[in-house]
Design a protein around this ligand. Structure first.
Ligand SMILES: Cc1cc2nc3c(=O)[nH]c(=O)nc-3n(C[C@H](O)[C@H](O)[C@H](O)COP(=O)(O)OP(=O)(O)OC[C@H]3O[C@@H](n4cnc5c(N)ncnc54)[C@H](O)[C@@H]3O)c2cc1C
Ligand code: FES
Length: 290
């Protein structure tokens, strides 16, 4: 499968893709219970280094002495010196990442993988369907879409979260909503009586969204059960499989197509994904682990 956007590990020049570079945490912000956004910089002789990435790509982050995990870029691709990652503490390495603070060192390899098809979205309505932490890998795509607003049709963000307290990037969502450049619907699984928005799963927002299915493209990211239902709802709304893209997560080690940890048939999730056109990986969603 040919990569659609940046070549593998773009932006690293001739550096060895297996060799972590040392970066430092500059800022850290809590976005939800157990979820932290880390702002890091790669140090190069006291200067922050430029880092080029495509929305949807990921880095391998190392907490020294603990381990290495894949984490998507969640920041603005136009801000090449600020590397932003949003991490949920689920186990040893991700919890150690969220425990880091300003000044702490971190290992970084990347960027890796194939991201969202930004070029294919030009001239079309773009539906972004995100569940929970799935908004993080989609945020760079949103920054790019909004920075180049005139190139796209409608931009529609449909976001589902467990509760109002779990909504990521809340202030940013509000400011995007005020800008009127994007239609935004947020729903939560459950909420107290002071919540004025939708209650229910994110897939219930799809039939209500107003877009032209023949000229639309959808980017989907979230828990796999959410993605399965979102894809079914998008198809029902008239999108074909060639217009639906999703980001999949699988166990990874090397991130460069060598170790086979993420292999599914002829596909390596680290190298050919994590973003795939739906029809190319239909069987993959049914498999919990490769
Ligand atoms: C391409 C890619 C991009 C990713 N982007 C992000 C991101 O932006 N932010 C983020 O927080 N996480 C992201 N992840 C998931 C992250 O890599 C895992 O949560 C992490 O590897 C878990 O490692 P651990 O040592 O903390 O936990 P482990 O001890 O390995 O696992 C702890 C628990 O988490 C579960 N778990 C492990 N890996 C995953 C996974 N991939 N998805 C869901 N549950 C998992 C395990 O089954 C186990 O129950 C991404 C994964 C991939 C493959
Ligand atoms: S993680 Fe090694 S081949 Fe994909």
């Amino acid at each position: 499968m040919a990569p659609r956007s940046e070549p593998l590990a773009s932006g690293r020049g001739a550096l060895d893709p297996m060799l972590p570079r040392v970066a430092r945490v500059r800022r850290k912000r809590r976005d939800a219970p157990e979820v932290w956004t880390l702002d890091i910089e790669i140090e190069n002789g006291g200067e922050a280094e430029d880092f080029v990435f495509t929305p949807g790509q990921f880095n391998m982050l190392t907490v020294f002495g603990v381990g290495e995990v894949p984490i998507s870029m969640s920041g603005d691709p136009a801000e090449s010196r600020r590397l932003i990652h949003t991490v949920r503490a689920v186990g040893a390495v991700s919890a150690a990442l969220t425990d880091l603070g300003p000044g702490d060192a971190i290992g970084l390899r990347g960027p890796f993988g194939v991201g969202w098809p930004m070029e294919e979205a030009i001239g079309r309505d773009v539906i972004i369907a995100a569940g929970g932490l799935g908004l993080a890998p989609l945020r760079p795509a949103l920054y790019r879409l909004l920075a180049e607003r005139a190139r796209y049709g409608k931009i529609i963000l449909l976001y589902g979260s467990r509760s109002p307290g779990d909504i990521l990037f809340r202030h940013e969502i509000e400011s995007w909503r005020r800008s009127l450049d994007i239609e935004i619907e947020v729903t939560v699984d459950h909420a107290a009586s002071d919540w004025r928005g939708h209650v229910g799963v994110v897939t219930t927002l799809i039939p209500r969204a107003d877009f032209d299915p023949l000229h639309a493209i959808a980017f989907v990211c979230g828990p796999e059960i959410m993605m399965r239902f979102a894809i079914a709802a998008l198809r029902k709304a008239g999108l074909n499989d060639e217009s639906i893209y999703l980001s999949v997560e699988r166990n990874m080690k090397c991130a460069v197509g060598l170790c086979g940890h993420c292999q599914f048939g002829t596909v390596f999730v680290c190298r050919d994904g994590p973003v795939f056109r739906h029809d190319r990986v239909q069987g993959l969603l049914a498999l919990k682990e490769i």
